[in-house]
Design a protein around this ligand. Structure first.
Ligand code: GCO
Length: 477
């Protein structure tokens, strides 16, 4: 794959998120976020760790900007910690130390010719908002989120042209309210180790508040800032591709349901003003209704759709056929698997459900292109999971190079069909805190020694650098 296969204005970058890389969890008057609290509960994180320090990007951001500048990327996707900027949400003061930190980061990036691509919410909220009113289960969060967005547009929008309201709300809603594996650890349906107890409607209520929080922020941007600041505002969704397990009509339908419950649930309302018909069919009036006022707000639309794409799995119907486990997408009644007749759908990675299936990139982008009239898209995440191990082994990341090479080739192929994709971010700049897996899984181009915090380039750094400078690259054999 070659750089010249992409438009010259294309954004090429790396992605991170506040909780995963910043550390400094108490510095500069920051309050505790829901993830600070959650990771300190014994037994929640596989290796018993947390991100109190992680990469300490809060103190080392100049070094990280230098690494990016050396890589030759023209964009950096990062998220703003709500608890750093507004320790008590709209109930307290704006924290000037938090504003200063992001101002310094943004200025350093711009000086290095790197465009900031900013996420407002990457799973985290100030814990105080959870304690006060139950965060996403309360409509109060819409005002809080709108206020947070307003503060950020005002403080940073003169220099930030790309805004994302939410990162993967589909993940934090499922894991926070259905399986209970992420904060606030509510289990609306029996799943894994968790027994049902909380209301089965909670995921639908939480999503309703997320969608309306997006609309609130987008409306503020349109009304107060966009004309002057001339940026774009969008949302980012976790987007696995699903192939029907068999060619039977029920498995094909299962794929449509899985895609609706995974992706369209969050995007249809922002493009068409309502939840996907595939979901209404299953859930009827259990799915919330948008009021006339809400519908008006939803008309603010999306400037772009961010796609976090890593993998493809098979999907099997469980509505009409018996299944080993029918809960992969709750009431979607589907079963997801990477395996058929003892054969995996693609090479395995260090994450159980992440397989290497580059054709999925083409299919996923085509789905978004067709369903949403070719709304501009960014590939906001794509990357390869490596198991931790001796540094010398981890540095030799030829599987990552092969992965990036093949996924970028698939992306350029689908762009030739006219898909309006405007940028690509690889997850991640550096190894970091991988949520429930702690430090057991490494996604970085740069290796991080979590004792010394030293960053060391893996082989993939050289590969990405060559690619970005327009040199011929090759899959390592
Ligand atoms: C997200 C993702 C990232 C993960 C990455 C690898 O929310 O965007 O969960 O934060 O680290 O997807 O799993």
């Amino acid at each position: 794959v070659h750089r010249s296969q992409f438009p010259s204005s294309f954004l090429f970058g790396t992605a991170t998120s506040y909780y995963q890389v910043e550390g400094a969890y108490l510095a500069g008057h920051k309050s505790l976020s829901n993830w600070d609290i959650f990771t300190h509960i014994p037994g929640k994180i596989e290796d018993g760790t947390n991100a109190d320090v992680t990469d300490d990007q809060y103190h080392l951001f100049m070094e990280d900007v230098a690494l990016m500048s050396d890589l030759g990327v023209n964009a950096y996707r990062f998220s703003i910690s709500w608890a750093r900027v507004l320790p008590s949400g709209r109930y307290g003061e704006v924290n000037s130390a938090g504003i200063d930190y992001y101002n310094n980061l943004i200025d350093a990036l711009l000086l290095a010719g790197i465009k900031p691509f900013v996420t407002l919410n990457h799973y985290d909220i100030p814990q105080e908002l959870e304690d006060r009113y139950g965060s996403w289960l309360s409509s109060e969060i819409q005002q809080d989120f709108g206020y947070f967005a307003d503060v950020c547009f005002e403080a940073f929008g003169d220099r930030v042209q790309y805004w994302t309201t939410f990162n993967e709300p589909n993940v934090f809603v499922y894991d926070g309210y259905l399986s209970g594996t992420y904060p606030p650890a509510r289990c609306s349906q029996p799943f894994g180790n968790c027994s049902a107890g909380d209301s089965a409607l909670e995921p639908y209520i939480a999503t309703h508040n997320v969608v309306l929080s997006h609309a609130t922020a987008a409306e503020i941007y349109r009304n107060k800032y966009q004309e002057k600041q001339r940026g774009m505002i969008g949302i980012v969704i976790s987007a696995h591709w699903y192939e029907p397990y068999s060619e039977t009509p029920v498995d094909r339908l299962a794929r449509e349901r899985a895609m609706a419950f995974q992706f369209a649930w969050f995007v249809d309302p922002l493009v068409y003003g309502d939840y996907p018909p595939e979901m209404r069919q299953v859930l009827g009036s259990r799915l919330p209704i948008f009021s006339a006022e809400a519908r008006r707000k939803l008309e603010t639309k999306l400037d772009f759709i961010g796609i976090n794409h890593y993998t493809t799995q098979y999907v099997k119907d469980c509505m009409f056929s018996p299944c080993p486990n029918s809960l992969s997408y709750g009431e979607a009644c589907v079963y997801l698997t990477g395996e058929k007749d003892g054969v995996y759908i693609g090479n395995q990675t260090a994450l159980d459900d992440f397989f290497v299936v580059p054709r999925g990139m083409e299919a996923m982008v085509t789905y978004v292109k067709e369903r949403y009239n070719n709304t501009p898209m960014f590939i906001t995440e794509n990357g390869y999971a490596q198991a931790t191990g001796p540094e010398s082994v981890v540095l030799h990341d030829t599987s990552r190079i092969a992965y990036l090479e093949s996924y970028l080739a698939a992306l350029s192929k689908v762009m030739r069909t006219g898909a309006d994709v405007r940028g690509y971010f690889t997850w991640s700049l550096l190894d970091n805190f991988e949520w429930l897996h702690g430090y057991l899984v490494r996604f970085g181009l740069y290796y991080v020694d979590f004792t010394t915090l030293q960053r060391t380039p893996k082989m993939s750094v050289k590969w990405y650098k060559n690619f970005l400078s327009g040199e011929e690259t090759q899959k390592p054999s």
